[in-house]
Design a protein around this ligand. Sequence first.
Ligand code: G1P
Length: 293
Amino acid sequence: MGSVRKAVLPAAGLGTRFLPITKSIPKEMLPLVDKPAIQYVVEEAVTAGITDVLVITGRGKGAIEDHFDRNVELEQVLERSGKHALLAEVAATDQLADVHFVRQHEALGLGHAVSVAEPHVGGEPFVVMLGDDIMVDDAALLTRMLAVHEETGGSVLAVLEVTREEISAYGALTAEPVREGVVRARGVVEKPAPDDAPSTLAVIGRYVFTPGIFDALRETSPGVGGEIQLTDAIGILLEREPVYGVIFRDGRYDAGKKVDFLRANIELGLARDDLRDEIEQMLRVLVRDRGLT
Ligand code: G1P
C-alpha cells in the first residue's frame, strides 16, 4: 500500500437538489438499495488502502455519525433473535475505517469545507471524495490516482470528458497529455458558461492533494456563488506544483441527479444475488405495461 492514509469527505451541504427529503435527512444518508450513499464512498476509500476517514459535517448531520458508530442495543436485539448475518453487517459499518467527524460551522463553500480538515490531515497528502459521485469500479479510479501521486509526488484530479452543455456544472480543466489516461493540469475554471469554457474536461469528485492545497485555500477569495471554491485553490496550486488529471473510464453514478440516483438504485439492486431475479421481473412488467419496447 502507498503512503496516503487519510480521506476527507465533505458532507456539510444542504442537499437542496433533493428537497424535501433533505429537510430532515442528510443527503449522504439517502439509501442506495439498503446502504446509505456515504457508506459506498467509505468502502471505496478502504478498498483503495485508506484507513482514516474524516467527514466534514454541519448542522442536522447527526445521522451520519450514528451510522458509523456502534448501536449496542440493536446488536443485542439481533444477537438474541439469532439474526447473525444482519448483526455482522451492522457491526461491520463501524469497523470499516477509523471514521472521524468535524463540523464546518458556516456553509462557505467546498474549498472552505476542505480547509477545515487541515488540523486532522496535518502535513500528509490526502484524498478528497465527494459523495455525489458513487463509484462502482472497485476503487479502480482512486487506485490509479494514488499510483500517479506515488509516482510523481503531485496532486491528482479525476477528470471526465463531458459535453459543452454539461461542463457548466463542473470545474473545467485545461490540460496537456502526459501519457494514455494521464494529463498535466495547466488551468481550471469553476462552472464556466458553455461558451466560455476553456475545455470540456470536467473535474469529478475524487482528488489527491499534497498539503500545499491548504496554503492555496488560505489565499483563495470567494468565487462563483460567493463561496470559497476548491477549484480556485487548485488554480493557485497548479502554478506552484505539478497537478495531474487521471481520465475516468467507467463505473460512476452522479447521485446528485435524481434520475441517475434512481438508476443507481436499480443497477446496484441488479448486482445483488438476493434481489436480481425480482428486480428483473419488475423491470419486464414495467417495460411491457408501459409499452416501452
Ligand atoms: C463540485 C466542484 C466542481 C466539481 C464537482 C464534481 O461542484 O465545485 O469543481 O467539478 O463538484 O462533482 P458541486 O457538484 O458541488 O456543485
